[in-house]
Structures are given as C-alpha cells and as structure tokens.
Design a protein around this ligand. Structure first.
Ligand code: TRP
Length: 347
C-alpha cells in the first residue's frame, strides 16, 4: 500500500451473508486490486440501521461479515478493513454534504421511492402486490445516499465497485463532489465506478433471467458461502432447468447455462469445455457433480471462517488497524473541508 496509489473503496452492509457470486467475484478481482491500489473495505453499519434491525444481530453480523471477507481471501495486511461507525468522519462529512443536497433530489432517488412505496400505499386497495410488512419511513432512509457519498469522498476514492442498483447513488456522489469543488475550490476526486474484470454473471437458481442476490425472497435461488453442505446440494439439485435434458450452452437454456457457468467459474475451465465432458449425460449427473464441487470448495472457506469467528481478538485487531488507517485519511479530508466551509480550526 502506498499513498500515491489510486484509492478504491468497497463497502458492504452487514446484512445477509455473502453469496457464491460475491465469492467468485472476490477471488477473480481482489488479488490484482490489492496489488496496485490503496484499498479500503468498509462494513457500513450506519447504513444498516436505516431499516428495521436487532442490535445483537447487527453486532454479530458485523463481525461475521469481516470474517467472511477474510475467509474469501481478502488480506487484511494489504487493505484497510474497517467498520463505518468506528471512523467519525463519515457522519461529519455527511452533514456538510446534506447542506448542499436539494431535498427533491433525495426524494426522487429510485431506491428511496422503492423502499417507501409500501408505506405510502395505505389506501391503494387496487394493488396486486404481495403484502409486505410495513416500513418505518425514517429520515435516515432519505439521507442514505448522502451518507454513502460521504463514505466515498472521505477517502477521495478514485473508483468504487458498485452494482447496477447503486449507480444512481454514485451519480449523486459525483454531483456533490463537483458542486463542492465549484463552490469552494478543488477538493474531491470525482469518483468513477470500478469495472471489475468480467467474471461470469452468476444467476438465480430459480429464475436464471435474474442475478443471484443475497436478498432474494426465494431461499432456493441463492447459495450462500456459509450454507450447510446438505442445503447446498438441495439447492443445486432443485435448480430450474428445462425438459430437453441436453447439456449445452445456449440462450434458450438459461438454467443449464447458468449451472455450466458456475461449474466453469469453480474449476477455471471454459463453460464449453465443461459442457463437452457431459456429452450424453443427464442434468442429474451435472447437478450432482456441481454440488460435490461447490461443497468441496466452500467447506474449506467455511473452516477458515469458523476459525476466524473463534478468534474475536484477532478480528478486533484487524478492525482496529483498519480504522486507524481509515481515520487518518478521513481526518485529512475533514480538516480541508471544515476549513473551506468556514469552520474555525479544531484544536
Ligand atoms: N449502498 C450500498 C449498497 O447497499 C452500500 C454502500 C454504503 C456503499 N456506502 C457505500 C457502496 C460507499 C459503495 C461505496 O450496496
């Protein structure tokens, strides 16, 4: 790590576990990313309290999230792994940015509208939507993208790996950086989305037209890193395919193609090569072999995870060091920002 390298900031909420999609993406991208960049990995617990949650669970999930990342191969010596609430600058910068953000812009955010749709729909009896539990529309939900912008700008990140659902939030962050730079003077990098090396997109096992997601309501759609081997086998064996029983890569066969892609990602073979070895065999053979393969690899990740979870002291030392590194950079940015917006020097 050196101060002259580009800064990449990755953040994840401590909710739900990592999926095999996250795992495969991590293996493919992290080694390179850590070599040539100054990497920060934030577990964003402040964001996690914008929705209904249980304190004890949040505490447990935050530590578990750190352990899962390390078990997947994220090297704490080559990156700063930190918890957002440990670095004071996030909320402080968020306040300054919020005073530069028009209310309407936040109210128009797609994710805010989606999350609060249900709460505003009291009288809408015509809706055929599945009944959902009612959500509490707190101001944190509205402010969420501003806090996210603060996360990014606090480290002057050059690039940020984000999924499609976070593009609009990153756009807001870029606007805020530009607005601040124009109003005061050049302060922030305008961050770019980080384009990861093209790995195979891992799709849902139940609806292969959609990406595998940790928040899918259908529990059979997603394989989690920490799933029990029996559960992994059950999910793979019940994956949606089609009735033709010919194993090939084809647009008409998204289910089988997805299984072949997962197989190929776990073995570093091309999906076509995998398909060729199943010439004349049935879907059952493919599924059963794939289950063996995934279970074998995830078992070793799970062993590492279990060891880490037993060593809380080690995990805490990782987080302490990570927060120290992050806080140093955060203070540097905040000092500049506070001065430019007209606050007196802090003692
Ligand atoms: N909103 C992001 C998500 O739900 C998480 C997040 C918070 C984030 N702060 C960030 C992502 C900063 C990238 C950079 O996925």
């Amino acid at each position: 790590m050196s101060d002259t390298q580009p800064v990449i900031l990755t953040c994840a909420q401590p909710t739900g576990g990592l999926t095999i999609g996250n795992y495969l993406g991590a293996i493919k991208n992290w080694a390179d990313m850590l070599e040539s960049n100054n990497c920060f990995f934030g577990i964003v617990d402040l964001h996690a309290i914008t929705v209904d949650y249980t304190p004890a669970e949040l505490r447990k999930n935050t530590l578990s999230c750190v352990a899962q990342y390390i078990a997947c191969g994220l090297d704490p010596k080559k990156s700063n792994i930190f918890v957002q609430s440990h670095v004071t600058g996030h909320t402080e910068l968020a306040w300054v940015l919020s005073c530069m953000t028009p209310l309407g812009e936040l109210q128009r955010m797609t994710q805010f509208k989606d999350k609060t749709k249900n709460a505003n729909n009291d009288d809408d009896t015509s809706s055929n939507d599945e009944p959902q539990s009612k959500i509490f529309v707190n101001s944190g939900l509205l402010m969420y993208p501003v806090l996210m912008a603060a996360d990014i700008l606090l480290y002057n990140a050059n690039s940020v790996p984000v999924g499609a659902d976070q593009k609009q939030h990153l756009e807001l962050c870029r606007n805020l950086a530009q607005r601040f730079n124009q109003k005061y003077s050049d302060t922030f990098n305008v961050p770019e989305p980080y384009i990861a090396k093209q790995g195979q997109r891992i799709m849902s096992l139940q609806d292969p037209s959609r990406k595998m997601s940790k928040s899918d309501v259908n529990l059979n759609a997603t394989i989690f890193l920490l799933d029990d081997p029996k559960v992994i086998r059950k999910k793979i064996m019940s994956a949606v395919t089609d009735s033709s029983a010919v194993i090939e890569i084809s647009e008409d066969k998204p289910g089988v193609t997805n299984l072949l892609n997962i197989y190929s990602a776990f073995t570093n073979q091309s999906p076509e090569a995998v398909a060729a070895t199943y010439d004349g065999k049935g879907y059952g053979d493919l599924k059963s072999d794939l289950a063996d393969l995934v279970i074998a690899q995830l078992t070793s990740v799970q062993e590492r995870y279990n060891e880490l979870m037993k060593d809380t002291q080690y995990l805490e030392s990782v987080l302490k060091e990570g927060a120290e590194g992050a806080q140093k950079l955060a203070f540097k940015t905040l000092r500049k920002v506070y001065k430019k917006v007209g606050f007196l020097n802090r003692f």
